[in-house]
Design a protein around this ligand. Sequence first.
Ligand code: TYM
Length: 320
Amino acid sequence: MRVLSGIQPTGRFHWGNYFGAIKQYIDLQDAHDGYYFIADLHALTTIREPDVLRGYVRDAALDLLALGLNPERATLFVQSDIPEVSQLCWLLMTGAPLGLLERCHAYKDKASKGLRADVGLFTYPILMAADILAYDSNWVPVGEDQVQHIEVCRDLARSFNAHFGEVFIMPEAKIVPGAAKVPGTDGEKMSKSYDNTLALFGDPKELRKKIMRISTDSRPMEDAKDPETDHLFQLYRLFASEERIGEVSAIYWKGGFGYGDIKKRLADAAEIYLEPARKRRLDLENDPARVQEILSQGAAKAREAASNVLQRAQKACGLK
Ligand code: TYM
């Protein structure tokens, strides 16, 4: 299967990015043909400082490689290195109904709050559709928040195919039950825009402090609790072994425990889990030429795939 996904370099990656998406990239890379990219064109809808954007792109590449994305197995590249995608985006824009985009949540949420939303944000899902369709992708591993965009992509592909002939392959979203909507420190979806994230890399002491500040309910300590309804437990489950999960689940059902103890267990488990990636990242930081080479090779391979699809689409609609 051709597997493709993108991630925006709009800040440091968090646990939601990892368990919802990046872990899937890595789990799928051995058995499938993975194409993964850093979505810098999408990031321009929010990051307007050139040096900041460049820094985030570099961090994104380091983070993905350190977390286990293997360039021998999967193709890693930067979105803007593939101009064919922007060309394909235009072909999809012609014929895209306004109403379809007006329903998309990123634009709708901003507009409903009276915030300035530009055309880039409005057409964002079409660029995302071009990203997906340009590589004949079958599966798109993402978190739940991106499923609507993949539906838009399918709609656009379907109507293009109906009008011009079978050009595009129909992609499917791939989500992981239990990690499709990782909660943040306040129990809402973990997201940079809610300021409730827990970072994958960064100062371990800071991370521990943030974990200790995760919000919890005010039920009495002695009450038995259903772990499934608690976001602290949901976070713990992402890092712990089956055995430990069973142990902590039993503690919840029994009652008489303090959330502080669970937070400490979570901090310990996360630290152990992330330590190998942290070490790999330090090594990679010292080898920027290697990272650049991986991205250049990835871009060359991705361009080849995208230009085939672009030519197919251009021919179909009468441009060639
Ligand atoms: P982005 O950069 O916001 O997020 C990257 C990936 O992380 C997932 N994610 C989460 N998953 C579970 N729980 C959470 N709390 C959580 N927060 C984020 C997202 O679902 C996503 O999979 N538009 C995309 C980037 C993109 C793309 C594409 C993705 C551009 N082109 C083509 C797939 C295919 C975005 O903004 O993701």
